[in-house]
Design a protein around this ligand. Structure first.
Ligand code: SF4
Length: 225
């Protein structure tokens, strides 16, 4: 990638959530190289290493976006490997969402697990867009307020965002609580946070299953004709 292009990738901020495929890394190798070398925001100072996406399939049906790496992720270099990741795995397994790529809005650990600033999220946005373009998911699940604010141009109340499907360019998006928040919410009753997330995951699963059925119908029709 030419030097000027990397600069554009990291610094361009039109104010809109602009998805410009000309500004993204065009291969996994480029993404790895430019994230590992990145010093575009203050977070590079506190990281042990840059944290990569964790996946069951690199080009997964569902791309999941969290906030930022914690201590375990910073040490292992992989997203969602701590307690939150374990809970996320249980939740995904419970509804049969098995084709997933899990990443974060920022790739370096914020000191003391503080919330990444708007500027830090903006600095890292080109890398997130690169991942979306490389994974080409069929759906996106955004976890927590920071991820929702980063990809949705909406200032609405978070709980309201959870009740509907959104769109990020060609990608349908669902919004859910972050598993770190759910770890502090033990209740499982109707309308509890965990129950709300269950509803969201079921909607995502239904959507992906309906796409699969449509594709199977098409393949069946082509085979018969
Ligand atoms: S958080 Fe993102 S933009 Fe900031 S230094 Fe790390 S990789 Fe670069």
């Amino acid at each position: 990638m030419a030097k000027f292009r990397l600069k554009s990738l990291l610094q361009k901020d039109s104010g809109n959530l602009e998805f410009n495929p000309n500004l993204v890394c065009h291969s996994w190798q480029e993404l790895e190289k430019y994230t590992n070398d990145c010093h575009a925001c203050e977070l590079h100072k506190s990281r042990t290493q840059v944290v990569s996406g964790r996946y069951s399939q690199q080009m997964a049906d569902l791309l999941i976006i969290g906030e930022g790496p914690g201590k375990n992720e910073d040490e292992e270099g992989l997203a969602f490997v701590g307690e939150s990741g374990a809970l996320l795995n249980i939740m995904l397994d419970s509804v049969g969402l098995d084709s997933t790529y899990i990443t974060n809005v920022v790739r370096c650990r914020p000191p003391n697990n503080r919330t990444p600033t708007k500027a830090e999220c903006r600095s890292c946005r080109g890398f997130l867009q690169s991942e979306i373009a490389l994974v080409k998911p069929k759906a996106i699940l955004s976890l927590g307020k920071v991820a929702a604010k980063t990809i949705l141009d909406s200032s609405g109340k978070f709980e309201k965002l959870m009740r509907k499907r959104h769109q990020y360019f060609e990608y349908p998006v669902w919004v859910s609580y972050h598993p770190a928040y759910l770890l502090r919410q033990p209740q499982l009753s109707e309308h509890s946070p965990k129950w709300e997330v269950w509803q969201v995951l079921c909607q995502v699963k239904l959507y992906l299953d309906s796409l699969r059925l449509k594709n199977n119908d098409k393949i069946g029709y082509l085979a018969r004709s």
